[in-house]
Structures are given as structure tokens and as C-alpha cells.
Design a protein. Structure first.
Length: 244
């Protein structure tokens, strides 16, 4: 019995090591670099938004919920089992935050008054100072910057009003909306839409995102994907490949 248990542990450990090895290889972006050296003329740098450029302000979220005079009616509305069925369906379809707020808010009348608060909570974000400084520096160097996010168009318009100094660094953006059927990462149609905005025969794209599945899909599309872990790590890797 002990021998079988030891073999199971050995096999599981081996599978884990192999998974990490092949995942590391999948995230090896340097082999995708087509230009040497990288210049402002041949490179576009795209950024994800959440947990890369901004982070949730949980203090503000708590404050919004606590000060909401209709919080108890909201709680009662959330007990509806049909609503939870729709929630699960949206979750399994990898819906973006805006879909939860808009679709559920419009479908359930008792939730409609809470749509503005839902948008506020989604936009309870604080800029990451080091990343804002990086955007500023890259723009000063002359790079074309692109925002490639799953934020949703309606929520994005509200966040632009809240953080106007963050978004003026970007030359263009790709975000889900009702008009485009909520094209979102990591689905291929979102990357097709993103790449259609650029002449990738002349310019290569560097994409920074905190989700490995998005980076993997980016690299499948010949995009140089860099997995975000910290501002210092991003700055170091951009230095290594000659961006800065």
C-alpha cells in the first residue's frame, strides 16, 4: 500500500513539474521578437487595465455599500434564485463586469435602481503610480500605446471621467461593448478585433496582462505577451528586450 501511495505522489509531482515547464515555455515571449533592436517606429505596446494599471479600492467599495440607503432591498433582491441562475450562466460564459451590471439590472426591475452603484463599485479603482509613470515615460519616448481591456464601454466612459489623467496616454483602445457583442479576452474574436486595428506586417505588438490565459492566447497570435506580476518586473523585462 505504501509503495502505491509513493508512486501516486511521484507521478503527481512529475506532472506538476512538467506543467510548470511547458507553461514557462508557453510564456517565453522573447522568441517572438521579430525586430532587433526594438524601436518606437516598429513597436506598439498594449496594456490590460485591471490589476495592471489600476487596482480595486476596497475602502471605497465598502463605503459605497455602507452608505447606500437601499442596501437591504438590494440584499433581498439578490436572494432571487432565478437571478443566481443567470449569474452562473454569465460566469460560465466568462462575461465581463458590465454584462453582469447591465444585463441583470435591466432584466430584474428591482435591480435597476442599483445599476449606477454597480458602475461605481466596478470603477472603485486606484491607479498604480509606478505603472502610470511607466506609461508617461513610454509616451515620452514616442511609443504608440494601446489599451486592451475587458472593462466594458459604458463602465469605461465613467472611469475616464474619474481618472482622466490615466487614459490620455493611449492612442487607441479595444474594449467589449454591446455594439461588438462584448468581444473579450481570451477569445480569439477579441484578438482578431484588436489586431485588425494595426498593421502587424510593419509593427510588432507587445502586450502586458496579469492573466496567463490571455498571454498564452496573445502569443498564439504572434503577439509578444508579457505576464504582469509587478511594476518592477515589467520595467525590468522591458529593459531586457530593449524597449526602454
Amino acid at each position: 500500500m505504501g509503495t502505491y501511495f509513493f508512486l501516486v505522489i511521484l507521478i503527481v509531482t512529475l506532472l506538476f513539474v512538467l506543467r510548470r515547464y511547458f507553461l514557462y515555455r508557453a510564456l517565453d515571449y522573447k522568441k517572438l521578437i521579430r525586430y532587433n533592436p526594438i524601436t518606437t517606429e516598429n513597436t506598439i505596446i498594449a496594456f490590460d487595465l485591471h490589476d495592471v494599471l489600476v487596482r480595486y479600492d476596497y475602502k471605497e467599495i465598502f463605503h459605497l455599500l455602507y452608505k447606500n440607503p437601499k442596501k437591504f432591498t438590494l440584499l433581498i433582491s439578490l436572494l432571487n434564485p432565478l437571478l443566481w441562475f443567470d449569474l452562473i450562466k454569465l460566469f460560465t460564459n466568462n462575461a465581463v463586469a458590465e454584462q453582469y451590471i447591465v444585463i441583470l439590472g435591466n432584466k430584474y426591475k428591482k435591480l435597476q435602481p442599483h445599476i449606477p452603484m454597480g458602475v461605481e463599485i466596478a470603477n472603485s479603482q486606484l491607479p498604480v503610480p509606478q505603472m502610470v509613470d511607466l506609461l508617461k515615460y513610454l509616451k515620452k519616448l514616442g511609443y504608440e500605446l494601446h489599451l486592451f481591456s475587458n472593462i466594458g464601454a459604458e463602465i469605461f466612459e465613467a472611469l475616464k471621467l474619474k481618472l482622466p489623467n490615466l487614459f490620455h496616454y493611449f492612442d487607441s483602445l479595444s474594449i467589449p461593448s454591446q455594439k461588438n457583442g462584448y468581444l473579450r479576452k481570451p477569445y480569439q474574436n477579441a484578438f482578431d478585433n484588436f489586431l485588425s486595428q494595426h498593421d502587424t506586417m510593419k509593427k510588432q505588438v507587445i502586450f502586458i496582462d496579469d492573466k496567463k490565459k490571455n498571454i498564452k492566447k496573445a502569443q498564439e497570435n504572434k503577439i509578444i505577451g508579457i505576464h504582469f506580476r509587478s511594476p518592477c518586473q515589467i520595467k525590468r523585462e522591458l529593459e531586457e528586450i530593449g524597449v526602454i
